[in-house]
Design a protein around this ligand. Sequence first.
Ligand SMILES: *Cc1c(COP(=O)(O)O)cnc(C)c1O
Length: 356
Amino acid sequence: MKLLERARPEILSLQPYSSARMESRSRGIMLNANESPWPPVGNETTSLNRYPDPQPTALRVRMAELYDVAPERVLMGRGSDEAIDLLVRAFCREGRDAIVVSPPTFGMYAVAAAIQGARVIDAPLGADFAVDVDAVLAAITENTKIVFVCTPNNPTGAVVPLTTIARLADALRDRALLVVDEAYLEFAGGAPSATILISRHENVAVLRTLSKAYALAGARVGALVADAQIVALLRRIQAPYPLPSSSVAVALTALGGVAVAEAQARVAILLSERDSLAPALARARGVLAILPSSANFLCVRFADAAQTYQSLIEHGVVVRDVGRYAQLEGCLRISVGTPAENWQLLAALGLRRAVA
Ligand SMILES: *Cc1c(COP(=O)(O)O)cnc(C)c1O
């Protein structure tokens, strides 16, 4: 795979740490990892005294099934945030290499690059907050290693069409990795995942997470779906035991058949709430615009965002001020809550009488 040669040479030649759990999966009296022989006090029915499987097979198989890919293409980690960090560290040489992002977008890509000492080149979103393919391609240099695309985009909410992603992947072939962040894809009404492009475009890597639609932000479980060689590369630099056993257990529960159906039913509720919230908000005093959203949030432009933000806080409603992002002056990002919470939001904006 030619793209692999674009990874940092010291990572390619690295002798990865070999943990006790990797060296032997045999069962018996386990005296190989300096673990406590007893389960922890207060949690005696668990095996939390043992180090976890680095990539637990049952969860890997289940997530592969969920995302409709082969298990070899799944790298599990502490949320998709960890995968963003691993990708930048594996590919970008400090002081020399760069990533390309399309602001306004998720801030973690630029933070990961800054930590690694990689440059961040902006190719701003164009009209209607769509990815500007020509601007992205114009930003590419010999030292560009990764292009990040977020779909639906946080904080604007728009889906990036798969044709755009395929066009970018083609143009970047053998030169740069195209990372497609699909943290909110479950809310995008059946929009297809870029995972279906990986077989033809080995430079496409997709980020998925259980943090949003599966309600597991606190468990920290996400996945990178990519060519098996990219997965193997990142495994070399990932922490030896990235997934806590307790998080693996709750993730397996959340991905059981009945639980997935329930999660989908909740997504449907949020979409219906979002679609009634938008026109209701449009009637609020001081609302200038609401960006069309395919995610579980709305990006709303207010005449006086600072005052609205403060007034909402005083009414016990906390939203995100995204006004510091380019092109989003005066905007607040509002997550869709339960029907009761959304009612309270509208009441706080003077659109409903508050419920007791
Ligand atoms: C919430 C979010 C994530 C999820 O991060 P986790 O580390 O998986 O919790 C990833 N990307 C974007 C754009 C997000 O908004």
